[in-house]
Design a protein. Structure first.
Length: 502
């Protein structure tokens, strides 16, 4: 029999894998109890227009299958034994069809920690009683809302919510900005402020006025506001003494910026470009932003990028800088689909020994260098490389690279995505990888349990697996410092646990 605390640990590792958790509910009462706690911890209502049944102008519209599912979900989540487990509530899509069921349900979710109200469309007053209901909730610490909560009626109710650690406002309008300073003054526990998408109402003056209220902020995001210059923005950021994580939208020609001394994570969203000059400026901008900072994570987000070997090479300059200035701190470099040269791969891998994640594009020479150096990288657990046409990557290429490394667990080469997982053998847990190759173009699978050849290990192995489940670090220490436990590792462990109960 497995102890409950052990089971909690095992199932908790599966919390993003809803399908497996559902299956766990069927095992027995203990499994059901713990798995359903995890399943109900997050309630997501996302009604897309395509699932709404056709309206007819005369009769009331029949409810579609998904709408009925949402009704049922709210009803079962509101049951006395489930409601206290609901920690996260996310509302997206066409929220109108939730109107009747939502408020009574929210009333029962007494332990909500995170609420996201980001509908694409909703009736004006749908969220008014919900916001009023959320006012006195000591458990509520993370709140993300969009304009549905920012009109004349809702904004005053919204700004009465206190005790927040994280606040996200998508497309903040004038109405909310008028009330925001007063609200920030009351949010003394606030650590993260994310102002996203269209932030046109935020002028340099408004931005400056935030400074006195953001002394404790560690993470900040800002969307697009064309009236704010680089100088305004970085002046502002430099005045936030605790700031470590920043997500910005790059859209302006560069100007010198003051250094952000504590910055550890920078995400830059930018427009696509095939122009060397634009890319050089983008890189120069990023360089200035990170100079002197103990940067660990850099990510670029952009929907499209050039995909041939003649793509702009501006990112080599960034790699050179990181290799000289940030070799001790750098952990993740996500250049999205931007190209770097073979020399940059050499430089990066030889100097940034602590690198754990790399996403980039390479030419065939760069790929050869990547292949050669991967075995020397002692912490690189995730790599995603796109090798420029006309190169054709084979699954064997990818498999070979994965097997050449002791730590690499997730590798994507062009369309091949390969994940390593643990295999158990007679005398213990062994490291050789099983390879799960799939095409990258398909959407990520819902992490349903794959067929594991070793899903039923011999009985002698069970104590070891169970001990491993209780002490994840003990299992993983066989490899140097993998920083994430892979889902299929866990499936293997829980599969072993299931075998005992059978
Ligand atoms: C910063 O945090 C401290 C301690 O939690 C608090 O007393 C202070 O009011 C906060 N400052 C701001 C500007 O929120």
């Amino acid at each position: 029999m497995i102890q409950n605390d052990l089971l909690c640990l095992i199932l908790d590792l599966l919390k993003d894998d809803k399908l497996t958790l559902c299956r766990c509910c069927l095992v027995n009462q203990e499994f059901n109890h713990i798995a359903s706690k995890l399943l109900y911890s997050e309630v997501v209502l996302n009604i897309r227009p395509s699932v709404i049944a056709f309206a007819s102008s005369t009769s009331p519209r029949p409810r579609s299958r998904y709408e009925k599912f949402c009704d049922a979900l709210l009803a079962s989540a509101s049951l006395p034994h489930n409601a206290p487990n609901v920690k996260i509530l996310r509302i997206k899509g066409y929220a109108d069809s939730l109107s009747e069921a939502l408020l009574p349900a929210v009333k029962t979710f007494e332990n909500l920690q995170t609420v996201e109200i980001m509908p694409d469309k909703s009736e004006d007053d749908l969220f008014t009683p919900i916001l009023a209901e959320l006012e006195n909730r000591p458990s509520l610490v993370n709140l993300h809302v969009n304009s549905a909560c920012m009109d004349e009626t809702n904004a005053p109710l919204l700004t009465r919510i206190e005790g927040l650690r994280t606040l996200g406002l998508e497309r903040p309008n004038r109405m909310i900005l008028l009330l925001l300073l007063g609200w920030l003054g009351r949010l003394t526990s606030l650590r993260e402020l994310h102002l996203t998408r269209d932030c046109g109402s935020i002028t340099p003056g408004v931005l400056r006025s935030f400074v006195p209220f953001l002394a404790n902020i560690t993470a900040f995001s800002l969307g697009i506001s064309y009236s704010i210059t680089d100088a305004d923005l970085f002046d502002f950021l430099a005045q936030l003494p605790c700031l470590e994580t920043v997500k910005l939208r790059h859209y302006l020609p560069s100007s010198p910026v003051p250094p952000l001394k504590r910055l550890r994570s920078l995400t830059v969203c930018h427009d696509e470009s095939e122009d060397d000059d634009v890319v050089d400026k983008l890189c120069a901008w990023v360089l200035r932003a990170i100079t002197g900072a103990p940067i660990e994570h850099i990510r670029f987000c952009c929907d499209e990028y050039p995909t041939d070997a003649k793509a702009p090479r501006g990112f080599d300059v960034l790699v050179e800088h990181l290799s000289h200035e940030n070799s001790d701190t750098l952990r993740a470099l996500d250049l999205n689909g931007w190209l770097i040269s073979a020399e940059s791969v050499t430089l990066l891998f030889e100097s940034c020994a602590g690198l754990e994640e790399l996403v980039t594009a390479l030419d065939p020479d760069g790929f050869a260098e990547f292949k050669r150096l991967v075995p020397t990288m002692k912490h690189l657990h995730t790599a995603e490389v796109r090798v420029c046409a006309p190169f054709i990557a084979s699954a064997e290429d990818a498999a070979q690279i994965l097997q050449s490394s002791e730590v690499l667990r997730r590798l994507t080469v062009n369309e091949w995505k390969i994940e390593g997982s643990w295999v158990s053998e007679e005398d213990g847990v062994r490291a050789p990888f099983t390879l799960v190759a799939r095409e990258r173009s398909s959407p990520p699978p819902p992490l349903s349990p794959p067929a594991f050849p070793a899903a039923r290990p011999p009985p002698s192995l069970l104590p070891l697996l169970l001990a491993a489940a209780a002490l994840p670090h003990a299992v993983l220490s066989a490899r140097p410092r993998p920083s994430r436990l892979h889902c299929s590792d866990v499936l293997l462990l829980s599969a072993a646990a299931l075998t005992v109960l059978d």
